[in-house]
Design a protein around this ligand. Structure first.
Ligand SMILES: *Cc1c(COP(=O)(O)O)cnc(C)c1O
Length: 338
């Protein structure tokens, strides 16, 4: 099978497994796992932030951030397509007692003006006080699009002017850093907290990092325990992530090239009406009105190719570590013969 459903399907490579085998471990709830401590220090330093916390998933790092930044009854501002409001099981309401206020914009991205317009008047007793703005980079449902730094800086200005916290859902920030040739330190200056997935394009089996100030991470550690995310000798997992950070960031370029190759093949495919712009490793496309998504899936499945249906007519391919150039060539041939 050529699995283009998601970049989460990767399996640890042999050298990554070796690093896991050799990892020194301890009890991380006592902050005594050397591999986790090393990963947290490495991640925080990379972004010039004070501290970091290793967690089981990106949903947990996002939800911990919401919990630490907010009080029940407050409002979170995010894009209408955001992962944090669409794909985390209603966690904002469930864990934090907060409601979301959505902002629109092309490709899952927000601009400063609509964010400013979404902020509630703090004097209005009818309104849920705005507390936090969440940006997603790259955007997932927005097709892997990357923000311009200037747009993020403008949103940061709005947050600061209104005393709101600014969180980055950077599940695929690694892809943006490579695609836009950006400096992680600049992100450390923009955001109060950053969530980073290690188990997507980087190819680690498990885990995400939450970055922030020392005080923020101290509180996040308490919330992680409360959420049941305190792990013990998880250094073997952290060692895989450390290996990925040191060895798999640059190669994301190859995933982006493969995505461009898929985009080109889709643009000439008889079944496809439109392909969204491709900046990183996600390719979102739509079928022509007379073509059935189920029939398209069946044709691909017959050719041993898997993709995702995202609703609203969106179909998705995602490139990653475990699809080779030869696999992509084969997918392109199949698409062109359809
Ligand atoms: C994958 C993802 C997450 C977190 O996902 P987990 O599967 O919980 O690790 C968060 N935000 C975005 C944008 C994502 O794509």
């Amino acid at each position: 099978m050529i699995d283009l459903r998601s970049d989460t399907v990767t399996r640890p490579t042999p050298p990554m497994r070796q690093a896991m085998m050799e990892a020194p471990v301890g009890d991380d709830v006592f902050a005594e796992d050397p591999s986790i401590n090393a990963l947290e220090n490495y991640g925080a330093a990379l972004f010039g932030m004070e501290a970091a916390l290793y967690c089981p998933s990106g949903t947990m790092t996002n939800q911990i951030a919401l919990k630490v930044h907010t009080q029940p009854g407050q409002e979170i501002i995010a894009h209408e397509l955001s992962h944090i409001l669409n794909y985390e099981g209603g966690g904002a309401a469930f864990h934090s007692g907060c409601q979301g206020r959505t902002v629109s914009g092309p490709q899952g991205q927000m601009k400063a003006d609509p964010v400013a317009a979404a902020i509630q008047n703090p004097e209005d007793i009818h309104a849920a006080p705005s507390r936090l703005v969440v940006a997603e980079n790259t955007t997932n449902k927005g097709g892997g699009a990357c923000y311009e730094m200037a747009d993020l800086a403008a949103i940061q200005d709005v947050c600061q002017a209104h005393g709101l916290a600014f969180h980055l859902d950077g599940a695929r920030l690694w892809n943006a850093l490579i695609a836009k040739n950006q400096d992680p330190i600049a992100y450390g200056h923009l955001f109060d907290s950053i969530s980073l997935c290690l188990s997507k394009g980087l190819g680690a089996p498990v885990g995400s990092l939450l970055l922030g100030s020392k005080g923020f991470i101290r509180e996040a550690r308490r919330v992680r325990k409360r959420f049941g995310g305190g792990m013990r000798q998880a250094g073997m997992l952290a060692a895989a992530a450390q290996y990925a950070l040191e060895n798999h960031r640059e190669r994301l370029r190859e995933d982006h090239e493969k995505a461009q190759q898929l985009r080109q093949a889709l643009e000439t495919c008889n079944w496809v009406a439109r392909v969204e712009p491709v900046e990183t490793n996600i390719v979102i496309f739509y079928l022509k009105a007379d073509k059935e998504a189920a029939a398209f899936s069946a044709h691909l499945r017959e050719a041993q190719i898997l993709h995702t249906q995202m609703g609203q007519g969106k179909l998705r391919f995602v490139t990653h570590l475990d699809v080779s150039k030869a696999d992509i060539d084969q997918v392109c041939q199949v698409l062109q013969k359809l």
